[in-house]
Design a protein around this ligand. Structure first.
Ligand code: KDG
Length: 318
């Protein structure tokens, strides 16, 4: 396995028309979860991926499983839970691109993940363990699962990649800050956004954010995401800035960070330089924003290459 990830995937419901959700007449159901978004991105680029999770043994769980499996992500470590339901959320697209997310996931099957759900060999045999700051926010047992998974990874030289993904609706700011810093200390690679850096270290300066993470125990590579402006990276080998890709019409920004992680890890798995991996990350992140849904815009290799050499892009393919 190239990358395994642990986390919750939900069914998301988006009103068919923009505006306050109270006026919605119909909803589009989709599948969304930060970790599976990244795994699907990697899988579309030809990498071997596996997902560790729990789903309710219900129709929404079946929808998620079919979708994720259909994207060639291994789901042998996903447990179906007969006692608890699959979680869901609503994604309200208001005016001028403002997005509001409403969760219905408390007590979900994934929030009942337990340390016993972890198969040591599954993590030990992966090149990267990918985790986000969402999973430890779900429950105490999820927090324990994440800490145990990191310990397994460390024992077996599986690199730990962490996207802090702050979700203030899921836990108190105090608990979030303490836990995310505790995980960051044990991660090898960290992929924060500016807002997450500000939340954890009180600065919006990308260089200061990267340095603050690098000052923590095990961290050797930090890539700070700056949206359309690209990214700043700092590793033990060197630092630099990479320009982003301009997207004329952003349709749905949610999931761009997960796409960024997929592009970056794909670059590392292909032995690209950090700079080139960050460039690929920026391209995948940008492509995600062009299509409705959290993962649907993730490209395969051909699309990615076409996008990155945009002078060869044609409006109509005939
Ligand atoms: O990063 C995008 C995710 O936020 C989305 O796909 C759903 O996992 C999700 C969450 O918890 O918000």
């Amino acid at each position: 396995m190239d990358v395994v990830a642990i986390g919750e995937t939900l069914v998301s419901l988006t009103p068919s028309a923009n505006g306050f959700m109270r006026h919605a007449e119909s909803f589009r159901p989709k599948v969304a979860g930060a970790e599976t978004n990244t795994l699907i991105g990697l899988s579309r680029l030809g990498h071997e991926t596996g997902w560790i999770s729990r789903l309710g043994d219900d129709e929404l769980g079946a929808k998620i499983l079919t979708t994720v499996r259909g994207e060639r992500v291994d789901t042998s470590n996903v447990t179906l839970d007969r006692q608890h339901q699959t979680g869901m959320f609503f994604k309200e697209m208001i005016h001028g691109g403002e997005v509001r997310v409403h969760y219905y996931r408390k007590g979900s099957a994934a929030s009942h993940l337990e340390a016993d759900d972890l198969d040591e060999d599954y993590i030990a045999n992966a090149r990267f363990l990918y985790i986000s700051g969402i999973t430890p926010a779900l429950s105490e047992s999820c927090k324990t699962v994440i800490m145990k998974a990191i310990s397994i990874a460390k024992e077996h030289d599986t690199k730990v990649v962490f996207d802090p993904n702050v979700r203030k609706k899921l836990w108190s700011e105090e608990e979030a800050r303490e836990t995310l810093l505790a995980i960051s200390k044990r991660a090898d690679i960290i992929l924060p956004g500016i807002a997450e850096g500000a939340f954890l270290f009180g600065t919006t300066d990308d260089k200061e954010i990267a340095q603050s993470f690098l000052n923590l125990d095990d961290v050797s590579c930090v890539v700070v995401k700056r949206g359309e402006k690209g990214a700043y990276y700092n590793t033990i080998e060197g630092a630099g800035e990479v320009d982003g890709f301009h997207v004329k019409n952003v349709i749905d920004p949610v999931g761009a960070g997960d796409g960024f992680a997929a592009g970056f890890l794909s670059g590392l798995l292909d032995h690209l330089s950090v700079e080139k991996a960050v460039k690929r990350a920026c391209a995948v992140g940008a492509m995600v924003t062009t299509i409705p849904g959290d993962f649907e815009g993730l490209p395969d290799r051909a699309r990615l290459e076409q996008f990155m050499s945009s002078d060869q892009r044609e409006d109509v393919e005939r």
